[in-house]
Design a protein around this ligand. Structure first.
Ligand code: RIB
Length: 319
């Protein structure tokens, strides 16, 4: 059956310190608890795909030969992800240094390490793969080569353009779906004025989704806009919530969900992820997401949807 998802990207061990607030430039903050968690945008998204179920999830990643690699492999394999591992002695496994603030927001610095060594020639054969999910914590030339090869093989290419950077035209041209947050959208459409709907219209990618945190998400596909107001939760850690959204969205699409349903499933998964500590440890399983969605449908929030439409510049359009 041709419905495997291949995630190609980063894996980092997250070193997390909790603190009252994230430090301003030049400031030292006296934090509290310290813990490590499996992370990295690519690996988080692979875990989110696998926990959403319905398709085989595979991941191409690079790891150093050091003690940081083992918990990353264990977390991915524990979620049921099949691994294609490029191993290197040249450099350490990727790491991320995270200050997690009491308001659930964070500040993250990544040391890419082995992630920077992924090359075009490492892409495994794409037979049986229906969706390729990419991010930007590996070299941009590699990401572009993977997207171009997948597009040529008829694979649906999904890019989460995080962390923010400008995108080469060859990469944009190879995409079926682009997922960004507000800051990443501003970076990609730099120089454009106007609100979110205008920025989405400007991009030639067939489907573009912008996640807007506690406001929700807005998508544009085939000239139509779709809005999804955020599910209401009490967040403790937003690390990996965007990755959960991307993985859950890709898994739902791979299972044949239409855009509004995939957006709703991904939003619910992302919201639930913020209620738990850690990137991969926070990713919910499909049945938890479905149960959460059933519990929420009674609280349809028309006001939130109206506010989201206004924020995106869609107050006068039917969505
Ligand atoms: O998106 C969250 C992730 O960003 C963290 O897990 C960290 O490793 C960085 O890649």
């Amino acid at each position: 059956m041709s419905n495997a998802i291949l995630v190609a990207g980063s894996a980092n061990l997250d070193f997390v310190v909790r603190a009252a607030h994230v430090p301003a430039p030049g400031e030292t903050v006296l934090g509290r608890e310290f813990a490590t968690f499996p992370g990295g945008k690519g690996a988080n998204q692979a875990v989110a795909c696998a926990r959403a179920g319905g398709a085989t999830t595979r991941m191409l990643l690079a790891l150093g030969e050091d003690p940081y690699a083992a918990p990353l492999e264990a977390s991915l394999r524990g979620a049921g992800v099949e691994l294609h591992v490029v191993r290197t002695r040249e450099t350490a496994t990727g790491t991320a240094f995270i200050c997690l603030a009491d308001d659930a927001e964070n500040a993250i610095t990544v040391a890419p390490g082995a992630n920077a060594l992924l090359r075009a020639e490492h892409l495994p054969p794409l037979a049986g793969v229906s969706h390729l999910l990419l991010q930007l914590e590996t070299p941009i030339d590699t990401v572009t080569a993977y997207a171009v090869a997948a597009r040529a093989a008829g694979v649906t290419v999904v890019l989460n353009a995080a962390p923010a950077r400008e995108l080469p035209t060859a990469l944009l041209d190879a995409l079926d779906v682009l997922i960004v947050n507000e800051g990443e959208l501003a970076t990609i459409t730099t120089g454009l004025r106007g609100r979110i709907a205008e920025a989405l219209t400007h991009l030639a990618v067939p489907c573009v989704i912008v996640t807007l945190g506690a406001r929700g998400a807005c998508a544009r596909a085939r000239g139509e806009f779709h809005l999804r107001a955020a599910y209401r939760v009490r967040p403790v850690d937003t690390t990996g919530a965007g990755d959960t959204f991307c993985g859950a969205f890709t898994a739902a699409s791979c299972q044949g969900s239409d855009l509004p349903d995939a957006l709703a499933f991904a939003s619910a998964a992302g919201a639930l992820a913020t209620t738990r500590l850690g990137a991969q440890t926070g990713v919910p399983a499909r049945d938890e997401v479905e149960k959460f969605r059933r519990a929420q449908t009674a609280i349809a929030d028309d006001d939130a949807l109206r506010q989201l439409a206004a924020y995106c510049g869609l107050e006068n359009r039917s969505v």
